[in-house]
Structure formats: structure tokens, C-alpha cells
Design a protein around this ligand. Structure first.
Ligand code: URA
Ligand code: SF4
Length: 207
């Protein structure tokens, strides 16, 4: 199970996007509406990687356009980052969900390691093309996809980590997922949001 055979070698971002629309690298394409590839400039200096598209993203074909996306946009602004300098994508490019029946609400289901692994060739290919100065992993799924299974968001967040990649030494910052901030109880949510912004500021310092 892998997207590898669907990734055209030497492709630019638009060619990758077009090819990903037809990916059958795992079973997640079957129930989803469409592949949600990425958004943002191929010249962006900062890339943010989420988990997978949600309900709204699946319908619109764009990453981070739902509630978590709105929170993330605000955090990007509050961190003093220029939206035009940010590329956004996801570790897994189809929406994984459960649904009790037709017309019922689609409930997000966390992707498994096999989905992350299957989809990784897309992430590798797009990051090779964009080659940002720093890559921000939003939450555990992205952190696993980018940095391996030993990374822990709570322990490793908010510091610049340098890792050897196929492109050479590259910089990463791990932080919480914006959806996790939304799930924090009311009285603690501001604190969680401020911590997310602080982590994004750390990423901004290397630009
Ligand atoms: N959550 C994600 O991880 N990615 C999206 O694109 C939307 C919500
Ligand atoms: Fe391909 Fe990734 Fe979609 Fe699976 S989730 S079908 S690997 S694009």
C-alpha cells in the first residue's frame, strides 16, 4: 500500500497536485470526495503539515478551510508570519471518517500508521519541490510522518530541531494541532492558543 507509483518523478507542484487527484495508494480515496493536496506558494519559506483533511476540506478540496483552519490562520497572523510565505499541507491527503448512515454527520477518524506511510511519498515530493527553510508539524500525526515514531508533541514542541533528510540538514518545529486547541475546555483554551502562537514564533525566528 503506497502512493509511490502515482508520484511522477521530477514533477513540479502543479503536476504533483494533478497526479495526486488520481492516487489509489491506499483505500482512503474510496469514501472521500477528493484528494486535498495543499495550498500556498511553492516559494514559501515556511511549510505547515497537518494530519488529514476534515469534512470541510474534503468538500472544498483545500486544506485548513474549516474551524481548525480558521484558528490556524489567526495563529499565523498573531505569530507575525506573512500568509503568503506559508505553505500548508497534510500528512494524509484523503479524509478518513466514519458515518452512521447516508446523510449522517461524517466523524473524523485518526489515520493509522499504514495510511501515513502510504501517503508519505506525496509529502516527500512536495517538500522536495518547495524546500522551505522550516517545516512545522501540527500534532502527532504530522510529527510522526516527518520525524518518526519517537517524537512527542508535549515533550518536543516549540524548539527548532535539525534533522538529516534526503535534501540535507533541514529544520523542523513540532507544535500542537489547531483542532486540539479547539477541543481544550473553555477556561484553558486561551492558554493552549497562546502556546501554539509561541511555537509558530519559534519557527518564524529561523526565517
Ligand atoms: N485538520 C488537518 O489536519 N488538516 C486540515 O486540512 C484540516 C483540519
Ligand atoms: Fe493516496 Fe494518500 Fe489518498 Fe491514500 S490518502 S489514496 S495514499 S493520496
Amino acid at each position: 500500500m503506497s502512493a509511490a507509483e502515482f508520484v511522477p518523478p521530477g514533477a513540479d507542484l502543479e503536476q504533483l497536485r494533478a497526479a495526486a487527484a488520481g492516487c489509489r495508494g491506499c483505500e482512503l480515496w474510496e469514501d472521500a470526495t477528493q484528494t486535498v493536496f495543499s495550498a500556498g506558494s511553492p516559494r514559501a519559506r515556511l511549510a505547515m503539515v497537518g494530519e488529514q483533511p476534515g469534512d470541510q476540506e474534503d468538500r472544498q478540496g483545500l486544506p485548513f478551510v474549516g474551524p481548525a483552519g480558521r484558528l490556524l490562520q489567526k495563529a499565523v497572523d498573531d505569530a507575525g508570519l506573512d500568509r503568503g510565505d506559508v505553505y500548508v499541507s497534510n500528512a494524509v491527503k484523503h479524509f478518513r471518517f466514519t458515518q452512521a448512515g447516508p446523510g449522517k454527520r461524517r466523524i473524523h477518524q485518526t489515520p493509522e500508521l499504514r495510511h501515513i506511510t502510504a501517503c508519505k511519498p506525496w509529502l516527500a515530493a512536495e517538500l522536495r519541490v518547495v524546500d522551505p527553510s522550516v517545516i512545522v508539524a501540527l500534532g502527532a500525526t504530522a510529527a510522526k510522518a516527518l520525524l518518526g515514531p519517537s517524537v512527542r508533541v508535549t515533550k518536543d514542541r516549540g524548539v527548532v530541531m535539525e534533522r538529516e533528510t534526503s535534501l540535507g540538514l533541514r529544520r523542523f518545529v513540532v507544535t500542537t494541532h489547531p483542532s486540539a486547541v479547539l477541543r481544550v475546555p473553555d477556561d484553558k483554551r486561551d492558554e493552549a492558543y497562546v502556546a501554539l502562537v509561541a511555537d509558530l514564533r519559534v519557527a518564524a525566528t529561523v526565517l
